[in-house]
Design a protein. Structure first.
Lengths: 155, 138
């Protein structure tokens, strides 16, 4: 559990494959009712021709995959307090291609402590966390900020 | 490419979008299969299907106006309650903002997902570049 500011959070390296990208897109297709686990949408994440038509060298991983890696990082460190009440904002900076290895990381910065206004005198801390995903070359492919209150008012 | 997929021209899909406009409605059931697929894709066996991963922002747009080519720029979520397997999720969305920057068309779509019991799951804001990167230096 995070106790104070200036603490670095490190995620696990993820090697992104075209199979992962196809599977991720298939989730969207399944939920949208337009596909199944084997046949996801044809888009810049799954199809070379489509990617080239949009000015990309080859299919790129959805920014939502980087978003999910940051989500995992925060869920591992803050648990239910992040999943219920947390906020995460990310800007996608560079494309992630099949074969890239990316790692989510964060730095806990500002911590605001106070009492909850629920009449029980409960102590609460709100953490602001700088987050990012970098590739195997050390380039940030996504970056942003998260905010988590512990314990969450929603738990 | 069909006419209504070309951004920035009179009468195109992008031009027809109105700020504040309600977009299409998406409903789906969170199944074990969906959750397993998501967990496998992100390599995290304990993933709680955090942000639904269904690109609901583009799906609500597609359901009303058809396909739009885009590249994601920013995404912001606020989480309320994780979705529950077996429950139906309902997603509504609307156009939050549209603007031009550096000669390109940008769109911001906001969505709210709730479950069949009315529990709020996640509120999201997604900004994307309409069209592609043609003409940009690689």
């Amino acid at each position: 559990m995070i106790q104070s500011g200036e603490q670095r959070l490190a995620g696990e390296p993820k090697r992104v494959t075209q199979e992962d990208m196809d599977r991720f897109e298939a989730v969207a297709g399944m939920a949208a009712g337009s596909g199944d686990a084997l046949a996801g949408p044809v888009n810049i994440h799954t199809d070379s021709d489509k990617a080239r038509s949009m000015g990309l060298a080859s299919p790129v991983a959805s920014g939502q995959m980087s978003f999910a890696y940051i989500h995992e990082l925060l869920a591992r460190h803050f648990g239910a307090d992040f999943r219920q009440g947390g906020e995460l904002g990310v800007t996608f900076l560079k494309p992630v291609y099949a074969g890239d290895t990316v790692t989510a990381a964060g730095m806990v910065g500002q911590v605001h402590r106070g009492k909850a206004d629920n009449g029980r005198g409960e102590e609460r801390a709100t953490f602001t966390v700088e987050v990012w995903v970098e590739n195997q070359r050390g380039e940030r492919v996504a970056a942003g900020e998260a905010r988590v209150t512990v314990p969450s008012p929603l738990t | 490419m069909p006419e209504d997929r070309v951004a920035g021209e009179p009468g195109t899909l992008y031009d027809r979008l109105v700020v504040g406009e309600q977009l299409g409605h998406l409903e789906y059931i969170v199944t074990e299969e969906l959750l397993a697929q998501f967990r496998a894709a992100v390599g995290y066996p304990e993933a709680a299907f955090p942000h639904l991963a269904v690109k609901e922002y583009i799906e609500v747009l597609r359901r009303k106006h058809g396909t739009l080519d885009f590249i994601s720029a920013k995404h912001k979520d606020r989480y309320f309650h994780p979705p529950i397997v077996g429950k139906r999720v309902q997603v509504s969305g609307w156009v939050r903002e549209k603007y031009q920057r550096r000669g390109r068309d940008w769109l911001v779509v906001e969505t709210l997902a709730i479950d069949e019991d009315g529990r709020e799951i996640v509120r999201s804001e997604h900004a994307f570049l309409v069209g592609g990167l043609q003409g940009d230096a690689a």
